[in-house]
Design a protein. Structure first.
Lengths: 114, 111
């Protein structure tokens, strides 16, 4: 059974640029959630995708957008990068959308915005 | 906005000591989860508690959910260096699929 994988591991961008982060969900999982974890903070929910549709969104601006593909892998896109976007971006997959369903996290992508 | 306060923020202890970390909120949660996150890794689920007053044990770790479902604690007995990590609690209300995470307690266990 393959776990959740994310790419790239690290990324450095400058303000105003755009970035795409990728996540492959665990085999058999149909739900992917994305989180932002700033240094010294807990993860903050960005949004969730279930069967290729956005299923809920946290308090993030529209320049944060995403996609889920038929194989349930997912992308997080961030436009017009700001310095405060520097963080660890985590994706988590699960079978189903309930918080009672265990989420399995990937190792994250460390984004640095200069 | 639901907030989860975790304390202490940092904890540095010697191997063999016992410790308790806390997760508190003014909000009621229908479920609360504890995770451990190691450097360079994503959080790993340790336990989910759903019933007020519930106590769950996982080897040397004991988790308790408050009677009013607003708070939780994690007690580690005879801590080992392998317990080192960031301990996060996360709560959800009703049928919400949006968990709220605390800031975490960073634990270092020295050999």
């Amino acid at each position: 059974e393959t776990g959740v994988t994310q790419s790239p591991t690290h990324l450095i961008k400058t303000r105003g640029q755009q970035v795409t982060l990728r996540c492959s969900s665990q085999s058999g999982h149909n739900t992917v959630s994305w989180y932002q974890q700033a240094l010294g903070q807990g993860p903050q929910f960005i949004f969730q995708y279930y069967r290729e549709e956005e299923n809920g969104r946290g308090n993030f601006p529209p320049r944060f957008s995403g996609l889920q593909f038929p194989n349930y892998s997912s992308e997080l896109n961030v436009n017009a990068l700001e310095l405060d976007d520097s963080a660890l971006y985590l994706c988590a997959s699960s079978f189903g959308t309930s918080t009672y369903n265990e989420q399995f996290f990937g190792p994250g992508t460390r984004l640095t915005v200069l | 906005t639901q907030l989860l306060e975790q304390s202490p923020q940092f904890l540095s202890i010697q191997e063999g000591e016992n410790l308790t970390v806390y997760c508190n909120s003014s909000s009621v949660f229908s479920s609360l989860q504890w995770y451990r996150q190691e450097p360079g890794e994503g959080p790993v689920l340790l336990v989910t508690v759903v019933t007020g007053g519930e106590v769950k044990k996982l080897k040397r770790l004991t988790f308790q959910f408050g009677d009013a479902r607003k708070d939780s604690s994690l007690h580690i007995t005879a801590a080992q260096p392998g317990d080192t990590g960031l301990y996060l609690c996360a709560g959800a209300s009703g049928g919400s699929y949006i968990p709220t995470f605390g800031r975490g307690t960073s634990l270092i266990v020295h050999p």
